[in-house]
Ligand binder design. Structure first.
Ligand code: GLC
Length: 428
């Protein structure tokens, strides 16, 4: 995995598309019939991007502390935000916006020094050749459950149509990777409706990497991706290998003005710390309005997160996964050499926080954002018998910041943990 991705820690996801015109859910609204396909597509007429300012976006992302961003170049609805020559279904050709949103976004993000990520839906519920075959080519017994946007409803597969569709996807991907300079990350979605062989894997992957051998691809690629993408539910166990947790700020990926179910900044920072503690990235989503402006509540979260990161930077970009919650409940990260443990404190303690099972000796404990030194001591244990005591670090509400506070715990050597279930002490 590329070093930049492992150290990036925060990315901004942007679901921008015609669904913001009526504020309906991206693509899924017509797929599930809460709006007709025709009415959904009429949103093209209202998509103006009239206040879209890519530099403003990029600056905002930068201020949030993100090191990369990922824009939906085409969602499952098939509407491209870029000037595709592979068909006519783009906001460039079919909406008053009339411009290549992807081009402006890529330029601005790159200029701001962020890595460039592009989301692309492999499946395309608008393309006439898409609904031509079934997942893995298997005709389902019960055809009544088949959605007409995904597969044929009559049980007949059309392999030629599917081949044409693959060529179309490939042509669009060649445009994205070939026409806009170096793309650092391709974020696929919607692979689940076909199998790896149907998507032409692994050949397709080799083809994509031929544009840029450092290209990172997420795992929604029928088993051929580079990292995992748990979504909306934060993992309880640490995923294997590199990973990124994607989530919304309210409950919607795209702009839905009726969705007021917002997470607070405190909750977002808590989730971000949970990702850091398990060695993952957070890909935090915003859903801009059709004119390209961003809901102030979403903007405030990005800015607040950035402030928190700047005050606690040492525990962010260069950190690695911390010790497990059995030892310290709120989560932690470690310095790369393992000699500094950064403990997250989400709520304000009355007296102290404790770390269990730590075999190391402590050099110093400080509050990361203020530098204030904290008193600590160890109770219990029998280190001569290999059983560590409990480390208590004394702090109270006055020592805390407004959001998650980080304790910087310097150890005399590389972190070393007890992993037993306790024992009698045979030599006192
Ligand atoms: C999903 C959805 C989608 C969203 C995406 C983001 O699986 O299909 O609407 O864009 O994940 O992770």
């Amino acid at each position: 995995m590329q070093e930049w991705f492992l150290k990036a820690k925060l990315g901004i996801f942007i679901h921008y598309g015609i669904y913001a015109v009526k504020g309906v859910s991206e693509s899924w609204s017509f797929y599930h019939g809460s709006i007709s396909y025709e009415d959904y597509m009429k949103q093209l007429e209202g998509f103006t991007a009239s206040k879209f300012d890519a530099d403003y976006w990029a600056e905002l992302f930068k201020k949030s502390g993100a090191r990369y961003s990922v824009l939906t170049s085409k969602h499952h609805d098939g509407v491209a935000l870029f000037d595709t020559k592979a068909n006519d279904l783009s906001v460039v050709k079919k909406s008053p916006a009339g411009k290549d949103i992807l081009a402006a976004y890529i330029d601005a993000v790159r200029r701001a020094g962020l890595k460039v990520g592009v989301y692309y839906s492999l499946m395309d519920w608008s393309h006439p050749d898409y609904a031509s075959v079934y997942p893995d080519g298997r005709v389902p017994e019960d055809l009544s459950s088949v959605n007409k946007f995904s597969s044929p409803t009559d049980g007949k597969q059309d392999e030629d149509a599917w081949q044409r569709f693959l060529e179309f996807d490939r042509a669009q991907l060649a445009e994205i990777l070939g026409n806009y300079g170096k793309i650092d990350l391709l974020w696929f979605d919607g692979d689940w409706e076909r199998g790896a062989q149907q998507w032409g894997l692994p050949e397709l992957k080799n083809y994509l990497k031929s544009f840029n051998e450092d290209l990172i691809i997420n795992n929604r690629f029928a088993g051929y991706g580079d990292y995992q993408t748990p979504e909306q539910g934060i993992p309880v166990n640490r995923p294997k290998g590199p990973w990124e947790f994607c989530t919304t700020i309210n409950s919607s990926w795209g702009y839905q003005p009726r969705d007021n179910h917002y997470k607070s900044l405190r909750q977002i920072i808590h989730m971000f710390c949970d990702c850091l503690a398990m060695g993952g990235n957070l890909l935090l989503d915003i859903g801009p309005k059709e004119d390209g402006t961003i809901d102030p509540r979403q903007e405030a979260v990005l800015l607040g997160l950035g402030e928190w990161i700047r005050a606690n930077e040492e525990a962010v970009y260069d950190s690695i996964a911390g010790i497990s919650a059995n030892y310290y409940g709120d989560g932690s990260v470690l310095s790369e050499d393992g000699t500094v443990l950064y403990l997250f404190v989400h709520n304000r303690p009355e007296e102290a926080v404790c770390v269990k099972g730590l075999k190391n000796r402590v050099k110093r404990a400080t509050v990361l954002h203020s530098g204030k030194e904290l008193r600590w001591d160890v109770h219990g244990g029998a280190p001569w018998n290999g059983i560590p005591g409990i480390l208590w670090i004394y702090m109270n509400r006055e020592d805390c910041g407004e959001y998650t506070t980080v304790i910087r715990l310097e150890l005399t050597d590389k972190v070393c943990l007890y992993d037993g279930a306790g024992a009698a002490i045979t030599n006192n």
